[in-house]
Design a protein around this ligand. Structure first.
Ligand code: MSP
Length: 648
């Protein structure tokens, strides 16, 4: 059957230049890449745009601080982002830098067009401004009276002449859009947030700045630059040839799905469609706001030190394991807490036990019982039919889940088949059949191999390398995607060949230490390398308030006991007297102190930390120490103080 070519356009956000993109950042691009490959396999002509959002005050300031011109500062950062996408096998079609001259020309023309149509007018803005977010807020939008609703930082009073986009007039049209297109905003919960926001009343949007000049100049008023959102959002148009290649543009616009993180939903679901309405351009079909990948239940951030990088994971466990885990573990649309333990356990259970074992057992049996030649299936009994019916029905179920962007659900459907096929081995007991009924064994082995062919084809958009390895073992170059709805396509007589394990079993405890350590080393390395500062580091330099400090409870404690941690050489387990209680605290200071060194000593303890389980021992607090690369010294008090005395 020749499939009619259909077009599909998808985008990820245009990232702020950041030399240290973490696992949270990689989430959207991994998802987009899987979606692209799945749609392509279904026969779509897919175009995927990503890029970098390079204008604005923050970047100008950062470049200045680094003693560089903006582009001189940004270029290497953009290269490092591209490098990461390469490592992750992200197959984008356009990488738009908002500083590309063609994009700058587009922005300038779009702005002029909106102005000429009366959609933009000049005025002046006085209000509360958040410098890091480059956004003005009304009093009712502020949190706690003076904090930015997006980032929580304090806003400043500011006044400037600015151009406004007439956003206020689009409220009703936007509500109508959502009502007529129930899938426009996904997931549902985000739609409700957008509706309430609009119902509170939209105000016109300030779309230029004159307080800095790193941006696209307003063509007819050069002391203004176009504010970041019109600039950044328009990258989605530039990616498919807006202004230069009408054929390509008309082929792919309107966009099928903009994939974005939940915090930038408002810009995509409210401001963006309003701008497009004003430009008389068709509207995107869907905006999907995914959740955040958290670490320690908190948003990943270098400044908090709770950052996980993709590179050490890929280096040790492979890209496919990471891609599988990210898509299987987290529900796209909801926040999810990343832990190495969850990842390692899932690799062991789903990839080593379920998939890896299935492939290696089956291919080994085919080699052992039939010299590696795919046997011919003869009589099909009910038990076989059950497996076959499931195998040929999975493709449709996966299509259904992928249409909803339910990646975890799609993988679960595939894994139902993986598990069912494994169970089929236990039910048919080939090792008994070899002795009792070789004819029946032929059918069994064939059914196993052909189910694996289908599984391999289905996982390909998620895990291309693994799929290729499986195909190689099956002696085939791949399977037509339509052929995944049919059973019996693996040709009799094909020579299978056992390869290396697809995934190796991991010793969780050991790996946990290694991978955490490797991640820590990379954090350290990047800290040192950072001669140039990126977005996150600007945050790092900010001071905390006395209120922030007051949240940390510090007390004097007396060390009563100290033991070696039963499972980790570098950890000591302390019993610390805090006056009215004795706490167990695990500390990684074994390299610097023996079990007896600190007995009876007064130390400073953080007492209101959430308890953590450190390799089987619950730690309830933290002992403070000063450290550099070589030395470590535990903090104490100069004169004797009672246990439990507060430190402030
Ligand atoms: N430049 C804007 C987007 C403009 S789009 C026209 C921006 N850039 S960003 O670099 O800050 O963020 C890029 C994407 O990374 C966002 O979708 C954001 O939600 C996502 N993530 C950053 N940290 C994340 C997690 N910890 N988890 C999941 N996604 C996260 O915003």
């Amino acid at each position: 059957m020749i499939l009619e070519k259909r077009n599909f356009y998808l985008t990820t956000p245009i990232y702020y230049p950041n030399s240290n993109l973490h696992l949270g950042h990689t989430y959207t691009t991994i998802v987009a890449d899987v979606l692209k490959k799945y749609k392509q396999a279904q026969g779509y002509d897919v175009f995927f745009t990503t890029g970098t959002d390079e204008h604005g005050q923050k970047l100008q300031d950062s470049a200045l601080k680094a003693g560089k011109k903006p582009l001189e500062y940004i270029d290497p950062i953009v290269e490092s982002a591209k490098e990461l996408w390469k490592i992750l096998n992200i197959d984008f079609d356009a990488f738009v830098r908002s500083t590309d001259s063609i994009h700058e020309k587009n922005v300038s023309e779009i702005f002029t067009k909106l102005y000429d149509k009366g959609e933009i007018y000049k005025g002046s803005y006085k209000g509360k401004y958040c410098v890091p977010c480059e956004a003005f807020w009304t009093d009712s939008q502020l949190v706690d009276g003076n904090k930015c609703p997006d980032c929580g930082r304090e806003v400043v009073e500011s006044e400037e002449e600015t151009y406004f986009f007439k956003l206020s007039k689009y409220g009703d049209r936007l509500l109508e859009l959502y009502e007529k297109n129930p899938d426009f905003i996904q997931p549902e919960s985000r739609k409700n947030e957008m509706i309430s926001f609009i119902k509170e009343g939209l105000t016109d949007l300030s779309v230029t700045r004159s307080s800095f000049d790193w941006g696209v100049k307003v063509p007819f008023d050069e002391k203004h630059v176009v504010y970041v959102w019109i600039d950044a959002l328009s990258c989605y148009l530039t990616g498919i040839g807006y202004g230069v290649d009408d054929e390509k543009f008309n082929k792919f616009w309107p966009c099928d799905v903009h994939l974005v993180g939940k915090e930038i939903m408002r810009f995509h679901a409210i401001i963006w469609p309003a701008i497009l309405m004003a430009l008389d351009l068709p509207l995107p079909k869907k905006i999907f706001g995914h959740g955040w990948i958290l670490f320690d239940e908190d948003k990943m951030s270098k400044s908090k030190g709770n950052v996980v990088y993709a590179e050490p994971i890929i280096e040790r466990y492979g890209m496919d394991a990471l891609r599988y885990f990210m898509l299987r573990e987290f529900t796209f649309g909801q926040d999810g807490n990343f832990t190495y333990t969850k990842m390692l356990n899932r690799i062991n259970s789903d990839l080593v036990n379920d998939l890896g074992n299935l492939v290696s057992r089956t291919v080994a049996m085919c080699e052992k019982y039939f010299e590696g030649f795919v046997p011919k299936a003869t009589d099909i009994i009910d038990l076989d039919k059950e497996l076959i019916d499931l195998a040929v029905s999975v493709r449709e179920k996966v299509d259904f889940e992928m249409d909803k962007l339910n990646f975890s659900g799609a993988l679960e459907e595939i894994w139902k088949l993986v598990r069912r096929t494994n169970k089929y081995i236990d039910e048919t007991t080939p090792w008994v059949l070899i002795k009792e009924d070789k004819e029946r064994l032929k059918t069994v082995i064939y059914n196993l191999l052909d189910s694996i062919r289908i599984i391999s084809g289905l996982i390909k958009p998620f895990m291309a390398e693994t799929s290729t390895k499986i195909n190689k073992q099956l002696g085939i170059s791949g399977s037509d995607f339509e052929g995944l709805r049919k059973f019996g396509l693996l040709e009799e007589g094909t020579k299978v060949c056992k390869g290396e394990n697809l995934f190796n079993r991991l010793e969780v405890e050991k790996e946990l230490e290694i991978i955490s350590e490797n991640n820590k080393k990379l954090i350290e390395k990047r800290k040192q390398e950072n001669t140039t500062k990126d977005e996150t580091e600007i945050v790092e330099e900010e001071k905390i308030t006395i209120d922030d400090f007051a949240k940390i409870e510090l007390k004097v404690g007396k060390v009563l006991e100290c033991e070696q941690h039963p499972k980790a050489d570098r950890l000591l387990v302390f019993k610390i007297d805090l006056g009215n209680e004795v706490r167990t605290i695990v500390s990684g200071i074994r390299k610097f102190y023996s079990q007896t060194d600190l007995i009876g000593k007064k130390v400073i303890v953080v007492t209101n930390l959430k308890p953590v389980n450190l390799r089987g021992v619950e730690s309830n607090g933290m002992i403070l120490a000063a450290s550099d690369d070589k030395n470590l010294s535990v903090l104490t008090v100069l004169s004797d103080m009672e246990e439990g005395t507060k430190v402030s």
